[in-house]
Design a protein around this ligand. Structure first.
Ligand code: PGA
Length: 273
C-alpha cells in the first residue's frame, strides 16, 4: 500500500454530541492536508451509522460545490460517487466470527459493512486481555471480515516480559501464524504492531526496535502468497510529538492512535505529520 494510513481508535469514548463536534473540528482542517493519506475513524458501534450519515452529507455538499449539477445521478450512483471520494473512512472496533445468530451483544462483520465501515480492528490487546480472546477466535473474525469485504486491522504485539526475555519475534511470528487462517485469500490486510506495554502508558519502543519488528512482520506476511496487499502500522502511545519520527521508520505505513485521537486538534496534528 502506498498511502499512509492513520487510524483513530476511540475505544469506549465519545457521546453523539462529542463525536459530532470532533468531526466538525477535524473536517474543517482537512482540505489543508495531502491526498495520499487514508484516515480511518473507529468509534463505538452505536456511533457508526450516525457518523456515516454525517460524512455522506458533508461529501454531498462538497461534491455539489465542485460539480454543480448532480441531479441526473441516481441515488445509488450518487452514493457510490460520494463513497469513493470520502476523506474519512470508518472502521469497527471488533466483529463476531459468525455472520448472524444468537450472540447477544455482538455485532457481525456484515452489520459493520452495512453501517458504512470498510475496516475492522481485530485482536486488540484490550480484547485479548479483558475478554480472553484466543488466537483461534481472532482467526475466525479475520475470516468473517474478509467474507464481508472489510479490511482487517489485525493487532499484534508482545508483553513487557516477552520484550525483556528477547522473545518478541517468536511471539509475534506465532501470533501472525495463528491469527491469519492458512488458506484464506486476502486482498487487503493491515497489521498493527502494538506492544502491550506501550498502550496508554506513554512508553514507546525505540526506533530501532520498531524497525526490527516491522521488517520481521513484512518478511512473515510476504511469505504468505495468499495475501495480496498489506500495510504495517505502529500503535501504542502515539502522540503529535513522536508521530513524524515513527512514520519515517522503514516499512511503517501508518499509525493506530488511541488516547491522542480523542481530541480533534491533536489527532489533526498527527495526521499532518
Ligand atoms: P494509545 O492506544 O494510543 O492510547 O496508547 C493505542 C491503541 O490501543 O490502539
Amino acid at each position: 500500500m502506498t498511502k499512509k494510513i492513520i487510524i483513530a481508535n476511540w475505544k469506549m469514548n465519545n457521546s453523539f454530541d462529542e463525536a459530532e463536534i470532533w468531526l466538525h473540528n477535524f473536517s474543517k482542517k482537512l482540505p489543508g492536508i495531502k491526498e495520499n493519506l487514508e484516515i480511518v475513524l473507529c468509534p463505538s458501534f452505536i456511533l457508526l451509522d450516525y457518523l456515516d450519515g454525517l460524512l455522506m452529507d458533508e461529501e454531498l455538499q462538497r461534491l455539489q460545490k465542485l460539480h454543480g449539477n448532480i441531479d441526473e445521478l441516481s441515488e445509488d450512483e450518487l452514493e457510490k460517487k460520494i463513497f469513493n471520494v470520502r476523506q474519512i473512512h470508518l472502521g469497527g472496533q471488533d466483529c463476531h466470527a459468525e455472520k448472524n445468530g444468537a450472540f447477544t451483544g455482538d455485532v457481525s462483520a456484515i452489520m459493520l459493512k452495512d453501517c458504512g465501515c470498510e475496516y475492522v480492528i481485530l485482536g486488540h490487546c484490550e480484547r485479548r486481555q479483558y475478554l480472553n480472546e484466543s488466537d483461534q477466535l481472532i482467526a475466525g473474525k479475520v475470516s468473517a471480515a474478509i467474507d464481508a469485504n472489510l479490511t482487517p486491522i489485525l493487532c499484534i504485539g508482545e508483553s513487557k516480559e516477552l520484550r525483556q526475555n528477547n522473545s518478541c519475534l517468536d511471539f509475534i511470528g506465532k501470533q501472525i501464524e495463528n491469527n491469519i487462517p492458512v488458506n484464506l485469500e486476502i486482498d487487503n490486510l493491515i497489521i498493527a504492531y502494538e506492544p502491550v506495554w506501550s498502550i496508554g502508558t506513554g512508553l514507546v519502543p525505540t526506533i530501532k526496535e520498531i524497525e526490527e519488528i516491522a521488517k520481521f512482520i513484512k518478511s512473515k506476511i510476504s511469505a504468505n502468497k495468499n495475501i495480496k496487499n498489506f500495510a504495517i502500522l505502529y500503535g501504542g502511545s502515539v502522540k503529535k510529538e513522536n508521530s513524524a519520527e515513527i512514520l519515517a521508520i522503514n516499512n511503517i505505513d501508518g499509525l493506530l492512535v488511541g488516547g491522542a485521537s480523542l481530541k480533534a486538534d491533536e489527532f489533526f496534528e498527527i495526521v499532518k505529520a
